[in-house]
Each structure stands twice: as C-alpha cells, then as structure tokens.
Design a protein around this ligand. Structure first.
Ligand code: DC
Length: 231
C-alpha cells in the first residue's frame, strides 16, 4: 500500500488544459495544486504596474533590483478555489488578462526572475504532495518528481479553448488574433535560452486534442497508480 506522498510535474504548451488535469489530480489525491504560471503572471503584473514593461521593451535593471521583494502566495477562497496573491493583494483576476499573459511570457525569459521563482517553487514542494503545472517543472523545478506528465494539443484546438474562455468572460476577441498569440507564445516558450519548454526524458506525453477531461484525468490517475504501486 502506498502511503508516502510524491510530487507531480505537469508541463506543456499554453492553453493545453494542464491546469484542469493538475487541479483534478490534486483534488482526487488530496494534494496541493500549484499554478507556477500564475507566479510569472504576478511578476509581470508588478512590472506592468511600475511601467517596466512597455510596447518596445523591458526595464530589466529595475526588475532585477526589485525581484526579491515580490512575494507570491496562494490562498483558497470560500469556493475552495486557489487565488494568487501579490504582496498580500489578491490579483487573481488581474493576472488572467491577455496583457498579463504577454508580460509573463516576456519576464519568464529573464534568468534572474526564473531563479527566484524556481527557488520559491522548490520550497513549496519540500514536503511533497504537490501537483505543479508549468513549463519547466519536470526539467528544472522538480527534476526528481516521481510522476511527470507532458500535455500537448494542436494550436487551433488551444486557440479555440482560449477563445471560448475569453468569450465567456465577456470579452470579444478575434479568433485569428488568439491563434496568432498562441503561436507567438509557443515560439517564445520553446526558443528562449533560459529553461525552454521541453519534455523531460522521463515524462509521459498526452495529446489531448480530441479527448475529454474525464478521460484525461483517468489516464493521469492510472499513471499515478502504476508509479506508486512499483514503490
Ligand atoms: O501557464 P501560463 O499561461 O499561466 O504561463 C504564463 C507564462 O509564464 C507563459 O508564457 C510561460 C511562462 N511560464 C514559464 O516560463 N515557466 C513556468 N513554469 C510557468 C509559466
């Protein structure tokens, strides 16, 4: 019988449904879910508010000087959902905008930002029992994670999911813009020098372009049981 907790890494491209799988797994297993992308988004929001990210570039020096003063934490709200806090302010809504997403994609290319956030993420995983989703969880944050999942889906499928989410929120995006943004972020995530998105050698890959949430969760649970039974 498996009693000790493990860490689970869920990586993949943006809008792949990583968080749905990661949250579902955490709930089923009684583990803590951690959204590492939210941390990059919170840093981006901080930089945006201070005018350090503009249309033409980033004030890296300012960000470098202030990065250690940016505290990011997660708290559970009354509905049992996790919300992101930036220096004790609830920024959950603000970090979900396209502007924050684009900013996150940019600040996440900076080595000193990654170093600080990876340090905080490893601290959160010390006691195990964590399901963390992101881009470098299986490769950099938890290279020893016992279970690593790598989720993929076609860009058009991911753009449609993002488009639907935005429409539900009352926004009025153009599908072509959303698709272009998905592709642009893919390119930036995979081609950056610092910890680019890639599948860890020992990660299990799932393309979820045409499978539903229940099926994916079942697959992930199967993988979990397979791995933990071996121990
Ligand atoms: O998963 P997301 O869309 O919330 O991520 C926002 C951005 O942060 C995305 O462009 C990639 C980056 N990111 C990263 O570089 N490393 C992570 N572990 C998580 C996110």
């Amino acid at each position: 019988m498996h009693t000790h907790k493990i860490n689970i890494a869920v990586d993949g491209f943006s809008s792949c449904g990583k968080s749905t799988i990661a949250k579902g797994l955490a709930k089923k297993l009684g583990y803590t879910y951690i959204d590492s992308g939210a941390m990059y988004r919170a840093v981006a929001l901080y930089a945006l508010r201070n005018g350090w990210i503009t249309d033409t570039g980033m004030d890296e020096e300012q960000l470098r000087q202030h990065v250690s003063g940016i505290r990011i934490s997660f708290r559970t709200n009354a509905q049992g959902e996790q919300e992101t806090y930036l220096n004790d302010e609830n920024v959950e809504k603000e970090i979900r905008t396209l502007e924050a997403a684009n900013g996150a994609s940019r600040v996440s290319t900076l080595g000193f930002v990654r170093k600080e956030l990876v340090r905080q993420q490893q601290e959160m995983g010390k006691k195990k029992g964590v399901v963390m989703d992101g881009r470098d969880i299986g490769t950099v944050v938890f290279p020893d994670a016992e279970l690593k999942l790598f989720i993929t889906a076609a860009p058009e499928v991911r753009a449609q999911r993002r488009f639907d989410e935005m429409t539900t929120r009352g926004e009025n995006p153009s599908f072509d813009d959303v698709l272009a943004n998905v592709k642009e972020r893919d390119l930036r995530d995979t081609s950056r020098e610092e910890s680019p998105l890639r599948k860890a050698d020992d990660a299990l890959e799932l393309n979820n372009s045409s499978i539903g949430i229940e099926e994916q969760l079942q697959w992930a649970l199967e993988m979990f049981h397979k791995i933990t039974v071996k121990k």
